[in-house]
Ligand binder design. Sequence first.
Ligand code: NAD
Length: 451
Amino acid sequence: MADYQELLGKQRSFFASGQTRDLAFRKESLKRLKREIVQQEEAIMAALHADLNKSPFEGYATEIGMVLAEITHTVKHLDQWARHKRVKTPITHFGSKGYIYAEPYGVALIIAPWNYPFNLALAPLIAALAAGNCAILKPSELAPHTAGMLAGLIRAVFPEEYVAVVEGGVEASTALLANRFDYIFFTGGVQVGKIVMKAAADFLTPVTLELGGKSPCIVHGDADLKLAAKRIVWGKCLNAGQTCVAPDYVLVERRAMPELIAQLKARLDMVYGSGAAESSTFPKIINRRHFERVAAYLQDGEVLYGGKTNEAALTIEPTLVGDVDWESPVMQDEIFGPILPILAYDRLDEAISCINSRPKPLALYLFSQSDAIADKVLAETSFGGGCLNDTMMHMATPYLPFGGVGESGMGGYHGEAGFALFSHQKSVLKQTTLFDLPFRYATTKDALKRI
Ligand code: NAD
């Protein structure tokens, strides 16, 4: 097994040199990264196409464009985020002032998944560097073209003592995790998340876990069903459903079910027709193992629309599945593919209690025109983040922290939240020497007289 002690040692020395404390250095580093991404745009698109069959449009919109926007936003606001903050002090601290300093942790490890292999590697890296850390990035071995491209891109911009990419799979991750890091940021599945957290516990290293799960999409009877169908199809089909915040399944009020299904079919027809499985731009399932896993769900319930697969191309066309219940295999694990089970509910309470009896989801979506329904769902369910009358868009704004809760993860990033995540909040009380209040020295009433 490779030993990464030497690399870590180099990063520790670089961090100790203090260069990353300088805000101008951090901003210049992020700008250099941005310039290199712009220059290598075509190579990045080609890698995303080779790994996932992503079209240039999808590759730009969901990966390159989001990363560039995150850098722009971060560079613009960094001075303000990094300023130490004055806070109040209570009367017992009369004469003193309280401050919070955002301090970089040191060397961060970022372990990334394959589904948005560019975005989910670089978005946390931007936050780590903005906060003044050094970083080692471990991309996913299941997206090897993007992993190789990332290694070259990072090498072109940064010396390895500041930012390094380690390519490889489980072995590389395991070898990295055998070392002491100052922060670990992991994006991936729940089972591996547990392994990462256990490894971090050996060194008491703080972790962020960005995990997955089954994200529900509730469609109440009063929703604008045509618009709901449009936004659900978009959220489910982007990256062929291989998105951590994709609507995993739909829970629709029974009276609206026939119309919603009709609208979903009409929308799928309009966007994909019957050719998605043969399309040169519809993303493929990442590998054969996942293709077989997702395709097996087509045995469940009744296929209402779609259902075609192309084994050679590893594509599965967008598929609506009805006649499933909570015990069906497709309702047990995160689907992570373009299959959308649709379940009916009669009372909203029933839908809420089904959601609450399962692990807390990463995302939840509600389509309804009623504020009262929205308030009820928001008050009675717990989830990482979500949207009212939309899907997935909450993760594309730097002003909302993005992350999970419970089994879907811990810690939120993007924008200022990402900067805060990769910073230790150091509390400092600056005490006056102009006077010294005697009360706190008293251990008894009598002692007070002697002070
Ligand atoms: P994964 O957990 O299999 O792999 C993620 C990373 O961990 C990869 O770099 C991999 O090499 C590494 N890894 C795998 N096995 C390991 C082990 N035993 N020890 C240490 N490291 C190991 O996840 P994946 O298949 O790449 O991604 C899919 C999952 O990620 C889905 O569950 C999805 O919901 C979740 N996800 C979450 C988010 C989010 O932001 N919350 C984003 C994307 C994906």
